[in-house]
Design a protein around this ligand. Structure first.
Ligand code: SAM
Length: 236
């Protein structure tokens, strides 16, 4: 796992050698399940390590991540970025959300096999879960990778975050237009545009970015709108 090791060193993530065995086990479990249920198109071991593990960890450069204790990953799929982060940061708590119960059931088995005490997987749509007291404005950090356009994601994610917390959206490059389109949604949901982080990892041409939004005000009760509406009628 040379790319993962290089990334953890670049990002100054402290690790024990045993973490690499955990990552290998996780990769094997995902690829085994992938034969029955579609979880990922990436099967080559190096690509898997780079596109799923390295990429998931890139949020660590934001100072808010270092301070945050409670993290929610919206639209986690096979556990990205939540599980790689859970493996590297045992002192933080991660809640993984996905609307597809089949994936959540698999994730629960994977979490158990990895013995991850700090990670919980929850089935539901973001728009429904963030209306519940248990989840609303309870998280320091919300992360989401490859789920939707930023204007839609903002409506899915900002309601989960405490005032003062941060939302990090994982994106590939060329995000200027997407950021412009999401200005109204950010303002309506109680957010403020923050910054973009991107970390060059030696020997890798990843070129990915994380777009960060700060939650500065509580989200009004009317948001998020009913499940499905944010996607059909984004707040543009
Ligand atoms: N984040 C993972 C990754 O980067 O590999 C999975 C990305 S996958 C393309 C998008 C995931 O988001 C799917 O598993 C889908 O079920 C989930 N999803 C889409 N809309 C959602 C919503 N409104 N609430 C919760 N999960 C959602």
């Amino acid at each position: 796992m040379k790319y993962l090791r290089k990334t953890m060193e670049t990002l100054k993530i402290r690790y024990d050698e045993s973490v690499f065995e955990q990552f290998k086990l996780y990769r094997n479990l995902v690829l085994q399940w992938n034969q029955k249920v579609n979880l990922t198109a990436i099967k080559d071991p190096d690509d898997f390590e780079i596109m799923h593990f390295v990429d998931s960890l890139l949020c660590c450069v934001h100072p808010a991540f270092e301070k945050g204790e409670n993290v929610i990953d919206v639209g986690t799929g096979a556990g990205f970025p939540g599980i790689p982060l859970g493996l590297c940061f045992p002192n933080k708590k991660f809640t993984l959300v996905d609307s597809l119960n089949k994936r959540i059931k698999i994730l629960n088995q994977i979490i158990e096999e990895l013995g991850l005490q700090n990670v919980t997987a929850v089935h539901g749509r973001a728009e429904d879960l963030s209306k519940l007291m248990l989840y609303r404005e309870k998280y320091d950090i919300c992360l989401s990778r490859a789920v939707a356009d930023l204007a839609i994601l903002t409506e899915y994610c900002l309601p989960f975050i405490k005032v003062g917390g941060w939302f990090g959206a994982y994106k590939s490059s060329n995000t200027e237009e997407e950021i412009k389109r999401s200005r109204k949604a950010i303002q309506l949901l109680g957010g403020k545009w923050g910054t973009i982080t991107s970390v060059p990892i030696e020997g890798l041409d990843l070129n990915h970015q994380i777009l960060w939004i700060n939650k500065i005000k509580p989200t009004t009760a009317k948001y998020p709108r009913k499940a499905g509406i944010p996607e059909k009628e984004p707040l543009l």
